[in-house]
Design a protein around this ligand. Sequence first.
Ligand code: ADP
Ligand code: MG
Length: 309
Amino acid sequence: MTDDAIRIESLRKTYKGSKGQPEKHALKGIDLTVPRGSVFGLLGPNGAGKSTLINILAGLVVKTSGKVTIWGFDQDENPRQSRASIGVMPQELNLDPFFTPRGALEVQAGLYGVPKSERYSDEILAMIGLKDKAEAYARTLSGGMRRRLLLGKALVHRPNILVLDEPTAGVDIELRQMLWDNVRKLNLQGMTIILTTHYLEEAEEMCDEIAIINQGEVVARDSTSNLLGRLDARAMVVHPASAVTDLPQGAGIEAELRGDGAVVLRYHSQQTSAEEVLAAVRAAGITIRDVKTEEADLEDVFLALTKST
Ligand code: ADP
Ligand code: MG
């Protein structure tokens, strides 16, 4: 037995090229473990291979080679048990338009062989806020409602692991909040959560651990706090009370005057403190009307990580 919720070894996926297209190496030998009970973030830009990885876990895409163990069950040797251990909320909205939310949950439960007495559709409908839409046809549901239904479908067999593929891409703040509330609740109940996102901020807020994947390879894997500590590029934007004549100067500080009159100061938080940057601003005779700092975004993260290796 292992304490890992998921163990992935030397996982490769090559999509065959169709109609004269070259083949695509979507996953180039991924090694990854996800501890039980964690909220694990799979972070990477579009095309990195996140959905391919998730869909292999879900049994929707057939791997080219490698070994996948889900909740201690080898995916090839124990396909049934490994599939029963995981629920996936896919990125695509693939709902049958002729099912009602309740119908969709019941059919899904049937697919997983959940006996009628063990189904809990009402509870799921309440949790995803679709109780009063239980009998409406899926085609009459809004995009947000459909997403919530996809989450519900992932839960019918009470999986140990819940995987969400870009659950918040293009959704409004309210739905995002609801999704995260649900995810936190499920995690507190002991469910292991894996989510993919291309928002660093989201991974930072939600995840205990993060793997960053780029072009089919894991480029970093660490606790969220360690990872962000390694990414210490900061930008402070100072809006001056009056026009700036002299730019601030100081060791480790790069100052630049922006078109709108604001001064942008770039520094590394491990070498230079925000206090030192502010002192340099005051020393240049600038009165601060407003100030804010920005952290590294995902692009900076990739640059930083690929430079250091
Ligand atoms: P992500 O989810 O991180 O955006 P994907 O796993 O969807 O990345 O895609 C990884 C790469 O594999 C991309 O270059 C994509 O175009 C390619 N790809 C994904 N699905 C297929 C497919 N069915 N056939 C061919 N290429 C694919
Ligand atoms: Mg994707």
